[in-house]
Design a protein around this ligand. Structure first.
Ligand SMILES: Nc1ncnc2c1ncn2[C@@H]1O[C@H](COP(=O)(O)OP(=O)(O)OP(=O)(O)O)[C@@H](O)[C@H]1O
Ligand SMILES: Nc1ncnc2c1ncn2[C@@H]1O[C@H](COP(=O)(O)OP(=O)(O)OP(=O)(O)O)[C@@H](O)[C@H]1O
Ligand SMILES: [Mg+2]
Ligand SMILES: [Mg+2]
Lengths: 228, 228
């Protein structure tokens, strides 16, 4: 499903402010798995998600999504891949603050050409399921941190993407809400076979996944496959 | 130190989209305490911090900081109180993205009229203590989420304010880094008598505080004083 082979990401390569964000990364996420990615602050977790999602180019190494080398794709092909097969929950949500919660969530469907009424119906259902039924018309600055996060989660799920990349998707939620979101993730993982790679700082959330990949100072230190 | 008496905050009062964010809030934080504020997503925690910090006006009720009713202050007096006596760590940091980590942290000192070299010295010391020695010249978009959070923490501490209001100050940190930040908070609390009110979703972080105030659906359900 997702394979990273010998991946490196270096910012400002060769300059005085060069930073090796990740190096020698070899990682696999199998189709239909729900995997946690954990590690200290600054260890490279968001970088790995950004590399997989094609939001930043790798300095070295190969990234394959469903066997397709993302380096070999044109800009348009990568954009289509992201639009149709990947759902992304950003660490700070990246909602559009001039759109309501509902409008933020329907956007990926409108981009796919789904009619407005159908997109709205799906968005409202998801938002209600996440406890935001009374916040559908609110703008991001009229929402609490955890409410914004749930809007971002809804937006990532609405196109039922094959792969969901979540960067601390429960970071702003209390424990009860976090568990509700995790059981929602587990349900779509079981019922629709969606693959999830979730960055988290919480061992409890990690324990709810099939395995935990651990990263430290830019490289993988545990794959969680050793126990099998 | 901090008293809230019969505080209410209603958004869009009287309109169809009226939201009661908090109501009937009675709360005290004593001088020199380190108190946690916990509750479900959307229950009113950020609202309470915003009310105390004067970032939003209360619809009803009284807020006193060191015996001074903040409602009776002029805009200028409130601004001075915020500048000199309150440190604020926002839920999403609110760093200025056109300033480096160091520049973001020196800003409150420059506003107080401290000379640049002295402010820089203090900022670098704090950033190093928080593990960001190698990130001093980085801009916010060149930092990881947890690194940004630590810059926000440094910025809130640099003026050694009497009161620190932290909105999930360890939310983007791994457990080890979170504990380091909490022991830093505990140290300044013990050594300098600073008062801290910290919103958190983590019971472990709450347990490191003197007591936990719990909020649910906009009103206080536990003060943590009952056990004494
Ligand atoms: N400008 C606004 N207009 C309308 N409603 C608002 C506005 N700002 C906040 N709210 C509502 O007030 C309630 C309390 O919000 P608040 O941000 O205080 O919650 P919180 O406890 O900090 O939540 P979280 O843990 O998710 O950060 C929420 O239901 C939110 O939707
Ligand atoms: N544009 C950039 N230029 C230079 N360095 C960068 C840039 N973006 C990220 N970094 C650095 O790369 C490293 C990895 O960052 P990344 O955001 O992947 O960490 P993370 O594991 O997600 O951390 P956190 O848990 O704090 O979110 C960090 O040390 C960060 O400072
Ligand atoms: Mg990150
Ligand atoms: Mg909040």
């Amino acid at each position: 499903m997702l394979t990273l082979t010998n991946v490196h990401k270096i910012y400002n390569e060769g300059k005085s402010n060069e930073v090796v964000a990740v190096h020698d990364v070899n990682m696999v996420v199998y189709k239909g798995e729900m995997v946690a990615l954990m590690g200290p602050s600054g260890s490279g977790k968001s970088t790995i998600l950004n590399l997989i999602g094609g939001l930043t180019p790798a300095t070295k190494g190969t990234i394959k999504i469903d066997g397709v080398d993302t380096n070999g794709l044109s800009n348009e092909e990568m954009t289509n891949l992201r639009r149709d097969r990947i759902g992304y929950i950003f660490q700070h949500f990246n909602l559009l603050d001039f759109l309501t919660a509902e409008q933020n969530v329907v956007l990926p469907l409108l981009i796919q050409g789904i009619p407005n009424y159908e997109a709205k119906r799906k968005a409202d259902m998801l938002l209600r399921e996440l406890g935001l039924g009374s916040r559908i018309e609110h703008y991001p600055n009229e929402l609490s941190g955890g409410q914004e996060q749930r809007v971002a989660i809804a937006r990532s799920l609405i196109t039922t993407p094959a792969i969901i990349l979540g960067d601390e998707p429960t970071g702003d939620l209390d424990q009860a809400s976090a568990y509700e979101v995790m059981s929602m993730f587990r349900r779509i993982n079981r019922e629709q076979g969606q693959t999830l790679l979730l960055v988290t700082h919480s061992e409890e959330i990690g324990a709810l996944c099939d395995r935990i990949i651990r990263i430290d100072e830019g490289t993988i230190v545990e794959t969680g496959l050793e126990e099998n």
